[in-house]
Ligand binder design. Structure first.
Ligand code: GRF
Length: 202
């Protein structure tokens, strides 16, 4: 097996829609953490031009692609996205708070190359508001899930999960704060494992 420093870094296209705190942790991990020398962020894609996360990406000088998805039909939006993304070279699409469902054509173009992080066990809760659901239902724990993206809503095969102990937390804010802090450590760690495993197969 080649030593990591002799391999080319894995290229990531990171997709966001809003705050972008997971994107930020991935960028920082590439700069000086677990993903250093292993991966690079080649483009940050965002489907909302006013997303707060774009400020950080811009400051870092990362190439940015923005395509507004509001009022767009899924098929034509996805076709535009595929065409715009073709200008960038990347190996994986990393969803980091990307809130729009990717259509069948898009997902089929990148089989097992799209990865997402979800704040709950995807077998228990799919879609929006994972932390709010944990709070409202009084869960004792939630399981952050990193999974491949398929054509369904949070139905792709699970790569890794990590439990967040919610006992003793009494507000949604506390739950979200603790969960997100764990996401920020967990996502780069799992991405590293996926990238190293995929490199070994080359
Ligand atoms: C995170 O909780 C993530 O698990 C979910 O959406 C949220 C995005 O937060 N998919 P951020 O934009 O990364 O701050």
């Amino acid at each position: 097996m080649l030593k990591n420093k002799l391999r080319k870094p894995i290229g990531m296209a990171v997709f966001i829609s809003g705050r972008g705190s997971n994107m930020q942790s991935i960028v920082e991990s590439v700069e000086s953490g677990l993903l250093k020398g292993i991966a690079e962020v080649r483009v940050v894609f965002c489907n909302r031009k006013d997303a707060p996360g774009l400020v950080f990406a811009r400051k870092k000088g990362i190439p940015i692609l923005v395509l507004e998805s509001k009022d767009r039909d899924r098929k034509s939006f996805d076709a535009d996205l595929i065409s715009s993304l073709s200008k960038f070279r990347f190996d994986y699409i990393v969803l980091a708070g990307y809130m729009r469902i990717l259509g069948k054509d898009f997902v089929q173009k990148f089989p097992r190359k799209i990865i997402n992080i979800h704040p709950a066990d995807t077998k228990v809760h799919q879609g929006l508001h994972g932390y709010r659901t944990a709070f409202e239902k009084g869960w004792k724990e939630t399981k952050i899930t990193v999974h491949y993206v398929d054509e369904g809503l949070d139905t792709g095969s699970i790569i890794a999960q990590e439990s967040v102990d919610l006992q003793g937390l009494s507000s949604l804010e506390e739950i979200e704060k603790k969960g997100l802090a764990q996401e920020h450590v967990f996502y780069p760690k799992v991405l590293k494992q996926v990238f190293e495993a995929s490199e070994e197969g080359l």
